[in-house]
Write a protein that binds this ligand. Sequence first.
Ligand code: SF4
Length: 659
Amino acid sequence: GESLLFRPGRIGSLDLNHRILMGAMHLGIEGQRDSLPQLKAFYEERVRGGAAMIISGNVAVLPEGGGHGMFCLTEADHLAQLTELIKAVHNAGGKMALQLTHWGRYAKSSETGRTPWAPSPIASRLTKETPAEMTLADIAKLKKAFAAGATFAASAGFDAIEIMGSEGYLLNQFVSPLTNKRTDGYGQSLDGRMRLCLEIVEEIRKQAGNDPPIIYRISGDDFMEGSTTREETLEFARRLEQSGVDALNVGIGWHESSLPTVGAIVPPGAFAHIAASIRAAVSIPVIGANRIHTPETAEQLLARGDIDFVAPARPWLADPAFAQKIIESDRDGLNLCLSCNQACLDHTLGHPPKPVSCLVNPRAGKEAVTIPPADKPLAIAVVGGGVAGLQAAKTAAERGHHVTLFEADNRLGGQFRLASHIPGKDIFRETIRYFRVSLERLGVTIRLNTSPSMQELNPFDRVIMATGVQPYIPETLEGVDLPHVCTYADILSGTRPLGRQIVIVGGGGIGSDVAHYIVEKMKLQPHVQTFFAERGYGSEHHETVTITLVSRSEKVAKGVGPTSRWVLLAELKRSGVQIVKGYRCTAITSEGVWVENDSEKRFLKADQVVLCTGQRSRTEMAEFMKEQLHADLIGGASDASELNAARAIRQAYELAAGV
Ligand code: SF4
């Protein structure tokens, strides 16, 4: 039958062509006049890519509730820019909702120059600042500011507004008993805690009438111990509907929550039951967002009746034609988001913050720059079918060059394919599929099992070497050639059976990923213990495996981005991986590994030692071709200091864009 995603839908008085919206994303360039052309180009491209409606990045209603690189409604020029933006979206044939927010105790005084506001003066783990308790005058000012935002949205022509009431921002702080300790009418009972949110909705209705429709982003579950209960949330949802809200968008988890909500480790659709319980309590449409990154998950949640609309955000960064391709049933051509956060959330949360891009789509954040077709089509050889080579081949072919891609292995993907064995990274194979399909469609010649000689490369006009990296083996380390020593590549490719006392040397990103891989692999082993126990045999048959991670640095998994690192470390801790921090490995014996720091020496027993001691470029050939054929080196072939797919893909894109 026809996909439920393609059915027309309605939010209040607003008709929408289908059920795939684009969720709010902060791009880190908002509010800057000279970035407006880029902002417009970014949204226009997503309109053309089929979004039924786009929800804008969050716009602060008052200055102390915003942050770095964010629109604020009290800035006259920001209003002018937003007006130009909605015009551009309309001219492209799209629809857009304006998201109104106040960050409350998540705002940083270092960015706003003001003391943050909150219902009660409770410090936030996120900012380590104690906010000021809002006075009744502040509350009245806030209500007016939200209503003014809605009036502005209506006059500028926005198709809807979304009130940000989840993820632990100010309105969510009022609802939660954890952050609302007020003793006046805006606290205590659920009625008191909901009051401000309901009054804001009513005030908007009074000022702006029935248009634009109001979407309220409600927190489906804060995932904070002792916060709003499920029953309270359902009651709040009903009351929002009664107050005039036209749709509920269900947000999940506070930024302070210790439950991962946005990482690849979260199962797809994991929070759908929460949205479903809210949908059962109200009669207005419900929108779901978290971890809906494939058309299959989206379709399933609609078919099950959990939600009425999907509003994924990051998948639109990865593929600006997300909805269009789904509607055209071009699943093979879809570039899926990996939930890696490496070039999006980790950029906005970095110090200093950087504008958003995307690991799998280096064009994200650069939509205003058009890459012209090549003046003269050249014959281009790309050597290496990892992501750097794949991206270079794709961009060069898109520009009209005749591209041949050589890959030494029998499959494409390189280190990216190896990494796809790590828990939560199986989706990396989708990226390789996307590149393969794109290259096929562009007519790129792909030659697997081939390491081209200089004679073969000589006839090409340009040669791009993307031969990647191989594991670095510290040759001078005593015992490094013993038979129980192997590399991360041996483990991840499955060519080495696992030991029982495993010591991983190297506590960087790869070492930590390998530990995680082994933990998950062990869970999948046949249940030896159960087999014996069910037959009455004892615990002496209990298979025990120990995993020890030796890290030189005190900071384990140092290179991993802030949104993923804590999740990974928590997984290792939960799984009983022993971490030996601040020790270097000095020798390997047949019995184990010697490690030391400045004050002591320790021996760790091991029947298997896995080297995660970095990578080195496959330089011999790359350097040779560089000298002989003026080849360009990209990705790991140019710099192996840290495996960074985002950088490799970006570098490949930029090089091929200029060839
Ligand atoms: Fe998705 Fe990663 Fe791209 Fe962010 S950087 S949009 S998480 S693929």
